[in-house]
Write a protein that binds this ligand. Sequence first.
Ligand SMILES: [Zn+2]
Length: 325
Amino acid sequence: MNSEKRVKPAAGISLDLDNQWSYMKIHGDEGWDTYPSYFKIFIPHILDVLDKLDLKITFFVVAKDTESEENRKYLKMITERGHEIGNHSYHHESWLQTYSYEKIEDEIRLAEEAIEKATGQRTTGFRGPGFSWSVDLLKVLESRGYFYDASTLPTYLGPLARMYYFWKSDLSKEDKKARKELFGKFSEGLRTLKPYYWRLGEGKRLMELPVTTMPLFKFPFHLSYLIYLSNISRPLMNLYLHTAILLCKLTRTPVSFLLHPLDLIGGDQLKELAFFPGMDVSSEAKVKVFIHVIETLKSHYRLLPMDLYRQEMERKPLKSKVPVK
Ligand SMILES: [Zn+2]
């Protein structure tokens, strides 16, 4: 044993800033195409919670939201309070993998320009809507100087999540067909949880930072899932979280922890989404779970926004892989 003080390992933390309209769109609800926004309520709310925790994270922003002046005011607040911004596409369409190279390039470039204009930050990391990705997408990101992609979610449960979502939605047959790869195939579960480089040919590469799921079992342990468990039983959620952390440590799996807006806010504040699963839990109860989870993670990890996490991962001997869809 050496007497040196051990530094806690780094973990990345990010939030996919899906707005009210994208929840409505994915659910097949009318009126999403007028782009209703809950930023006015949600952004000041989460920024205050993060300040209390002295926590800086990455917000993956959908560029469509930069089109309204009202939204831009709230997006600007995020960078003013010291958080990092990532690119979460322009239109938040969960079937990016069906796009041509040129269409992906437009989507990424237009999003990047709009987000930089609105927030003052140039994005250097990307997360695909609905965890969609393709080889062309990785190539576009590399060519535009991105440092990482964070679009993979290694889980076997993707097809199950899709079935559940189709069952709960009012989508037509055509809509379902367009969304047939939503949340990924079963084979996504075989992907590794540890960060690695995609090998893109001609010596080019791009770092992949997968969303962490539970090692071995590949069950999700992002906050939405923990809140769902805490609703059943708080001790169960705690056991699950501690098991996930223990397995990450035993398998030396770095952690990238994922948040969504509805994890921190309930139907009491967002009345329009009150009928969504999990929205019957109050904002206060959700924030309590959030603070508890963050404090637990903090006792094991240094929680960092994604680009600082990426820099830490760069110092490790990472594997590289040829991308196969
Ligand atoms: Zn999203």
